[in-house]
Design a protein around this ligand. Structure first.
Ligand SMILES: *Cc1c(COP(=O)(O)O)cnc(C)c1O
Length: 864
């Protein structure tokens, strides 16, 4: 017999005095404002958990009686009014802060990303990329930047994870009902949703938008689930990283092309365009089209668009960059190329291709060719990216090409546990986040916390984490019908009343390069470590593997299985459902944060930063951000094995890891004095917090973006677009001419002196003849690079000279006169070396124009 179910929805009525609660639920400021979240939680703790910390859903499901009671509860009302008064003060303080004050009055940054992670209540993210994008937006609000975000509204988000009794990852999908989420439809003045239209292949696809309020800034999430679309197109924005290549390219068309159109439709005119990872790079096509329609040549349009476009790449693995077969491109964007662009298929596809890369259209290639401001996300990743991308500027050394870096950071208020928050409120006043980058202040404040108090706070936060993990594991295992005694064995070492067991966390996406099972490489050592009852250790693992990533899921399974063996039971725990909520608990609660990726594949990583600012200590491979963050006394850094053989590399890494674990981590933790804690441990934890909080926060990161990328992009954009793009046209013409002539340019040094001997203070004169092949003398820069002779490079260690270091001095040669007899042009220089000893010099020439964004953007260079 089938029984039908009908639904009914009863909305509680907010007592008038509590009316503004609703306002708070529609503003993601709650994701970093703990007092706001507390307000909901205290109304009904149980419900707060059941609705996954979602304030809007909470207010739709709370019992009327609880609201009525709160409306007459003086203590609640007191807190409520305090939250509101801070809320209002937050909106009254509109003036730009930090680097924001340097932007021009009419500047506006448009930030495009395929995923955003603000809070667990808005599940449109999968991992680090999304959370970074979320933190970027939150910080733009903190700094009151002129900023707008663009993304996609995924009806099913990423996925929810369960783990069955065999350790299999079970994927479940929930429908994101917009009525339950902190967003509102973008409508016109009659209340009708605003639609824009894009052609994907021959079919028009209609796109609507949802507006998300993130404090002072807005984000628009695009959505194809509208009546006018056929079922296929409605489903374009169903899942994050789901579907096949057809879905993926359509999503990226909606994001890039649809995103620009939606902004235009809303009358928003960005002056700076930030493409955060290649998924959003199609925005370039739409901007080119706009300029084409306005009557500009494609080459001019390309210069103008590139001038104010910033592109951030997030993976050092070339295979991680999205690419599409040519047929797919032509199928979905062929009409766009021909009808709206007037470009031949070849010319169009060339925008995303390099001859040596194979035929596919690559989103990273499109972005690098069409953005002048490029960066990776840590120093190591910036260098690796410069090497991977060196092919775009073939004659330029990677260290000198335009690829640079901004090291990631985290949004402190979103991730700092409430107890630390309160402590900083006490010590620094509630505006403490205004001194986020002030190293000395943090050093002083954190050093001054009495050890006893520091330990107590850490233990409180840890206890709360243990409680949450206990509940999660209980729910997880109860489904599998295990006995109560067995459950107790599993939970034995995570006891909120006894938080004195060394707890090590490992939680992140289960991508294989993160090597979640590295510790399992040496099972005997792991067994020894975990069966020493005098110094107990617990590992907590969590993380999702992409549903199509079978090797990633196998890692999860291997951990789960081992955790079920008698020696490991209760000491190696795998918790399902990793999301922002669980992440917040883990990073703030554990004692040690473990990260052991394959070097150099961790582009940056951010979870270790989150752990450090919450007084956990990092134990990590020196890769990504940690290679910059590690200072010797603020955590443990494992030097990655240089072996290229995978097996040997892993063996070496695991050996180093166990050595540090046993000799340093465990012994330091259990070196407990008479007060029950280890003062050496606290010293390290304080150093970790004090050194990392002021450096790896997103205010520092945004300041870096503004100074190194947004400001130059804004200025270049303006220069090239003023007076109807006359300078963009000049630059395009100049480049075309350089490309025609450069192959024929020749350089030689005249009257080459043998090794010259001179005394300090004397000068040298050098002459160079350049055959310009129809170029002007002013089209070329000629430089002399002076460096010190290195007699014994084997003792140089890490002090390798590179082109950015001061170990090289650069002198410019000046154009002197034509040499009629050879058709060359004479350049000379007279200089006094500032150094003594053996010196070397090299001479080189490269194209120069004052409108270039980067001196080496042409990728051309000649050496004598
Ligand atoms: C911070 C965070 C990440 C990024 O973690 P990494 O270890 O840097 O990869 C991923 N997922 C969630 C839920 C996070 O909070």
């Amino acid at each position: 017999m089938s029984i039908q179910e009908f639904s009914l929805e009863v909305t509680p009525i907010l007592p008038p005095i509590l009316n503004r609660l609703k306002e708070l639920t529609d503003d993601l400021r709650y994701s970093w404002n703990i007092p706001t979240r507390n307000l909901f939680e205290r109304l009904d703790k149980e419900l707060w958990m059941l609705v996954g910390h979602n304030p809007k859903l909470f207010l739709q499901n709370i019992e009327q009686a609880k609201l009525n009671e709160a409306a007459t509860n003086p203590s609640f009302l007191n807190d409520y009014h305090q939250v509101l008064s801070r809320y209002d003060a937050f909106y009254q303080a509109k003036e730009r802060r930090e680097g924001g004050t340097q932007l021009a009055k009419n500047d506006l940054i448009a930030y495009f990303c395929a995923e955003y992670g603000f809070h667990e209540s808005l599940p449109v993210y999968s991992g680090g990329l999304g959370i970074l994008a979320g933190d970027h937006c939150k910080t733009a609000s903190d700094m009151r930047l002129p900023f707008v975000g663009v993304g996609l509204f995924y009806h099913q988000g990423y996925f929810s994870q369960q783990i069955d009794h065999e350790g299999n990852q079970i994927v479940s999908r929930h429908i994101n009902d917009p009525r339950h989420l902190p967003l509102s439809p973008v409508v016109d003045n009659t209340g009708t949703p605003i639609l824009i239209e894009i052609k994907i292949g021959a079919t028009p696809v209609f796109v609507r938008a949802w507006q998300v309020r993130i404090g002072h800034i807005h984000l628009y999430l695009l959505d194809t689930n509208v009546l006018h679309n056929n079922a296929d197109n409605c489903a374009i924005t169903d899942q994050l990283y789901g579907g096949d290549q057809h879905t993926r390219i359509k999503q990226e068309i909606v994001l890039g092309i649809g995103g620009v159109r939606m902004l235009r439709r809303l009358g928003i005119s960005p002056t700076i365009w930030h493409i955060n990872e290649g998924h959003a790079a199609f925005l370039i096509l739409e901007r080119l089209r706009e300029l084409k329609v306005a009557g500009h040549a494609v080459e001019t349009a390309l210069e103008a668009v590139a001038a104010n476009t910033v592109f951030t790449t997030h993976t050092p693995v070339p295979a991680g960059h999205d690419h599409f077969p040519r047929e797919l491109m032509m199928n979905y964007l062929g009409h766009f190329a021909q009808q709206e662009f007037g470009l031949s298929p070849e010319a169009f596809l060339d925008l995303g291709c390099l001859p040596q890369d194979g035929p596919d259209f690559n989103m990273t290639t499109l972005a690098i060719k069409s953005a002048r401001h490029l960066n990776g996300v840590s120093r190591i990743h910036g260098n690796i990216s410069a090497e991977i991308c060196a092919k775009f500027w073939p004659a330029i050394a990677p260290a000198e090409n335009p690829m640079r870096y901004v090291t990631n950071g985290v949004h402190i208020s979103s991730i700092l546990a409430r107890d630390w928050n309160e402590l900083f409120n006490d010590k620094l006043g509630i505006e403490w986040h205004r001194y986020l980058c002030d190293t000395q202040t943090w050093q002083a404040v954190i050093e001054a916390i009495p050890d006893q108090q520091f330990w107590q706070i850490k233990q409180n936060v840890k206890s709360r984490m243990l409680d949450i993990i206990r509940r999660a594991l209980t729910a997880q295992h109860t489904r599998h019908q295990i006995s109560k005694t067995h459950l107790e064995r599993i939970l034995k070492f995570i006891d909120p009343n006894n938080p004195n067991i060394l707890t090590i966390g490992f939680a992140r996406r289960f991508a294989t390069y993160k090597r979640a099972t590295l510790l399992l490489k040496d099972l005997e050592r792991l067994r020894m470590l975990l069966t020493d009852s005098s110094k107990p250790v617990v590992f907590i693992f969590a993380g999702k593997a992409h549903p199509a990533d079978i090797p990633g899921q196998n890692l999860l399974k291997a951990l789960y299985h081992l955790g079920g063996e008698p020696d490991f039971l209760g000491k190696l725990l795998v918790v399902q459902g990793y999301d922002l909520g669980l992440s917040r608990r883990l990073v703030s609660g554990v004692d040690v944060w473990l990260n052991n990726p394959i070097y150099p594949l961790e582009a940056s990583g951010t979870s270790g930063m989150k752990a450090a600012i919450n007084a956990a200590i990092n134990l990590s491979i020196l890769d990504g951000w940690w290679a910059e963050g590690y200072e010797g006394d603020n955590g443990w850094g494992i030097k990655p094995s240089p072996h290229s053989n995978e097996e040997l590399r892993d063996q070496e890494d695991v050996r180093s890891l166990y050595e540090v674990l046993q000799d340093e981590v465990i012994s330091l933790y259990y070196d407990q004095g008479k007060y029950g804690y280890s003062s050496g441990w606290i010293k390290k934890a304080k150093r970790s917090m004090a050194s990392i909080l002021p450096r790896f926060n997103t205010v520092r990161m945004l300041n870096d973006y503004i100074k190194g990328f947004y400001l130059p992009a804004s200025q270049q954009g303006k220069r090239l677009s003023d007076n109807n793009y006359v300078q963009a046209q000049t630059l395009a013409h100049w480049k075309a001419n350089i490309r025609n002539c450069w192959n024929g340019v020749r350089i030689r040094q005249l009257a080459i002196p043998p090794t010259q001997q001179l005394n300090y203070g004397e000068s040298v004169t050098l002459q160079v003849a350049l055959y310009l092949n129809q170029l002007q003398a002013s089209d070329v820069t000629i430089e002399l690079l002076l460096s010190r002779q290195i007699y014994h490079p084997e003792f140089l260690g890490s002090r390798q000279p590179d082109f950015q270091a001061e170990s090289i001095q650069t002198y410019r040669l000046v154009p002197e006169r034509p040499l009629p007899e050879t058709g060359e042009y004479l350049y000379t220089i007279t200089f006094q070396p500032e150094w003594c000893g053996g010196l070397k010099y090299q001479i080189r020439a490269y194209p120069h124009h004052e409108l270039l964004s980067h001196p080496q953007e042409m990728g051309m260079m000649l050496w004598v």
